[in-house]
Ligand binder design. Structure first.
Ligand SMILES: CC(C)(COP(=O)(O)OP(=O)(O)OC[C@H]1O[C@@H](n2cnc3c(N)ncnc32)[C@H](O)[C@@H]1OP(=O)(O)O)[C@@H](O)C(=O)NCCC(=O)NCCS
Length: 163
């Protein structure tokens, strides 16, 4: 396998390719997020959106929200089905953490109550459950809010610009 490259999403074709990946995959299928709904997140300019390539193939994507009260939100992480289980997802989460921790001491994310594999992965990576949102996206399912933290906001020293 060639080197992994992660960069900002640039083209509408990339956004569509990522939306196709998400809409065909859990948890979005069960949550009834179709191609259009996924595309809205991937085309939202208020989000930082990244694509991951390996050997010229799009192998994953990330959407980060660096605005709002619970700042540092990892909104979407996905790996192409044929590439899962070999460390790519962990690498994408580490990339998201490095980006967010440059400015903020917390990374937040939500995981659906039926997405046991992803929750196991996050817990292994140091995330803890800080809340449950019952019936949040779809009736009958909870979203668990997870947090990984470097410490309190008021004493946090963001990295110097350009560092
Ligand atoms: C969750 C996801 C990003 C992890 O990517 P990955 O490349 O498989 O992750 P890694 O290889 O670094 O780690 C593998 C771990 O991921 C978790 N995992 C979750 N879903 C998985 C899947 N479909 N296939 C393989 N592993 C999966 C498991 O914990 C697995 O380890 P374990 O079963 O040995 O405990 C990826 O499986 C994916 O895109 N799933 C569908 C979308 C999704 O659930 N996104 C998260 C929404 S909160």
């Amino acid at each position: 396998m060639g080197a992994l490259s992660i960069r900002l999403l640039e083209t509408s074709a990339e956004a569509h390719a990522c939306a196709t990946l998400l809409a065909a995959s859990e948890p979005w299928r069960t949550l009834r997020r179709d191609h259009q709904a996924c595309l809205r997140s991937l085309e939202d300019p208020s989000r930082e959106r990244y694509v991951a390539y390996q050997d010229g193939h799009l192998v994953g994507c990330l959407v980060l929200n660096l605005l709002g009260p619970f700042v540092g939100y990892l909104q979407i992480v996905a790996v192409a089905p044929e590439c899962r289980g070999s460390g790519l997802g962990s690498t994408l989460v580490a990339f998201a953490e490095a980006r967010i921790f440059r400015e903020h001491p917390n990374v937040f994310l939500c995981v659906s109550s039926f997405n046991h594999g992803a929750r196991r992965l996050y817990e292994r990576l140091g995330y803890t459950v800080v809340g449950e949102l019952p019936d949040f996206i779809h009736a009958g399912y909870s979203e668990f809010l997870l947090r990984k933290t470097l410490g309190p906001c008021d004493t946090y020293q963001p990295a110097a610009p350009g560092a």
